[in-house]
Design a protein around this ligand. Structure first.
Ligand code: LLP
Length: 424
């Protein structure tokens, strides 16, 4: 079941603090993350796998790159899955040693390759072109340089076609029929090839793809050993654990998946280490987005609750059609009576956070809480309609701390340049 929150005197609480107080202290919209939930989620997934075999959890930081959250995960012992030089350097700034960061890019430029070599993070190669370009840039240093490969497993998962990555013909990874030639080539070039990686997609609820992708990775691992003579050290099956976004939705059986996957690997290969890259699972339900009701409108055919967070703040409903649970945080236990669309301040009809939700009678000034906003919430937010990015707050056992200031209007202009000739 989706994680719900406590209430006190009819007001929703998070991390022991009233959401109404948080909204008034920090302003809205504001993302609020409960530190304990991030820690719990990390430990649950790490413990599930590590009790069976040596495990590295690479937090997929694209879900949320706030430095405070990265520091929490560094304290927990996490590794990192990064997709850009920006993510790599942000994690280093949060104190991660480069050897705990694995870079898995797609369409990686030579400039990026050079930066990655200089920061010395681990590199997971996505294409034959990337392999050849990396070898050329490394020159003599190619000898013994550690890499792994992302392959296209021809297995897909995901909550939306936009985030299914593992299908045949996908832009990601080495196609199956090129895997043996690529490992052979890498060996010949002098690389030290350590592992094999795949990712099927994100946010799906079926567990079959995890077993299917691991089966593909096991078969390839053995084929690479037999045909190329490389004994791989790790198998990385990517991220993608689904998370319940609805109250009654089932949780993903991490324990069950971990037992079965590690059994498969230990029984069928000599591989000693498993890596996984959960993003959503670690941070999704740790965070709510608090917004304020700015306007209530009854059109005769439809009723709207207008709030100060739109798809500039949380794009998932508009972009993927994603469902996020919404409540009136200051009327937490009040009976829900009437159906509303919860809409934002962006000038597009598609700017809807939630359709057809039965809510208690809303009023201007009510505080609206949007659940499961920790993964791909802030990290996908934008300045569209010239709205400053909102802030982020961390709560922990009754204490709150600002971990990102909201942008100001001045920040919107910070990188812009008006040529002198246009100022006349
Ligand atoms: N590893 C790789 C190579 C990935 O591409 C991704 C996500 C992950 C790990 C983490 O997947 P997760 O455990 O979070 O499902 N913006 C979308 C999700 C995009 C995911 C892209 N790749 C959303 O809001 O649903």
């Amino acid at each position: 079941m989706m994680r719900d929150f406590d209430s006190k005197n009819g007001i929703m609480m998070i991390g022991g603090i009233s959401t109404v107080e948080l909204a008034s202290e920090y302003g809205t919209p504001i993302y609020v993350t409960d530190e304990q939930i991030v820690r719990e989620n990390y430990r649950r997934v790490y413990n599930a796998f590590s009790k069976h075999m040596s495990t590295e959890v690479h937090y997929a930081c694209k879900a949320n790159t706030n430095l405070a959250i990265l520091n929490i995960l560094r304290q927990e012992g996490s590794h990192i899955d990064a997709v850009s030089v920006g993510e790599v350097l942000t994690c280093i700034k949060a104190g991660f040693c480069p050897d705990r960061i694995m870079y898995t890019g797609v369409n990686v430029s030579n400039d990026e390759l050079r930066s990655l070599i200089s920061v010395k993070c681990k590199m997971n190669i996505d294409s034959e072109s990337e392999l050849e370009r990396l070898a050329e840039i490394l020159g003599n240093d190619v000898e013994g340089f550690p890499i792994s490969f992302r392959i296209t497993p021809e297995v897909i998962s995901g909550c939306n076609t936009k985030v299914m990555t593992g299908g045949k013909g996908s832009k990601f990874g080495i196609p199956l029929d090129r895997v043996i030639p690529v490992y052979t080539r890498a060996k010949k070039l002098g690389f030290d090839v350590k592992g094999i990686h795949a990712h099927t997609g994100s946010g799906g609820h079926s567990i079959e793809p995890f077993f299917d992708v691991v089966d593909v990775l096991i078969k390839l691992t053995n084929k690479i050993k037999n045909e190329v003579g490389i004994d791989l050290e790790f198998i990385d099956f990517g991220g993608g654990f689904g998370v319940p976004y609805k109250l009654q939705e089932e949780e993903c059986d991490i324990e069950g998946i971990a037992t079965e996957i590690t059994d498969m690997i230990l029984e069928n290969t000599n591989v000693k280490k498993i890596c996984l890259e959960p993003g959503r699972y670690i941070v999704c339900d740790s965070t709510i987005l608090l917004a304020k009701c700015t306007d209530v409108k009854d059109t005769g055919t439809k009723k709207y609750v207008g709030i100060d967070a739109g798809f500039n703040t949380l794009i998932r409903p508009a972009f993927y059609g994603s469902y996020h649970h919404v409540v009136l945080a200051n009327k937490f236990n009040k009976a829900c009576t009437t159906k509303y669309d919860v809409v934002g301040p962006i000038c597009e009809t598609g700017d809807c956070i939630a359709y057809d939700r039965i809510l208690p009678d809303p009023h201007e000034g009510d505080i609206v809480a949007i659940y499961c906003a920790g993964a791909y919430g802030f990290s996908m937010s934008s300045n569209y309609n010239s709205r400053p990015l909102c802030g982020e707050v961390l709560v922990n056992n009754g204490r709150s701390e600002l971990i990102r200031k909201s942008e100001t209007i001045e920040d919107l202009w910070a990188c812009q340049i008006v040529p002198e000739r246009l100022k006349k």
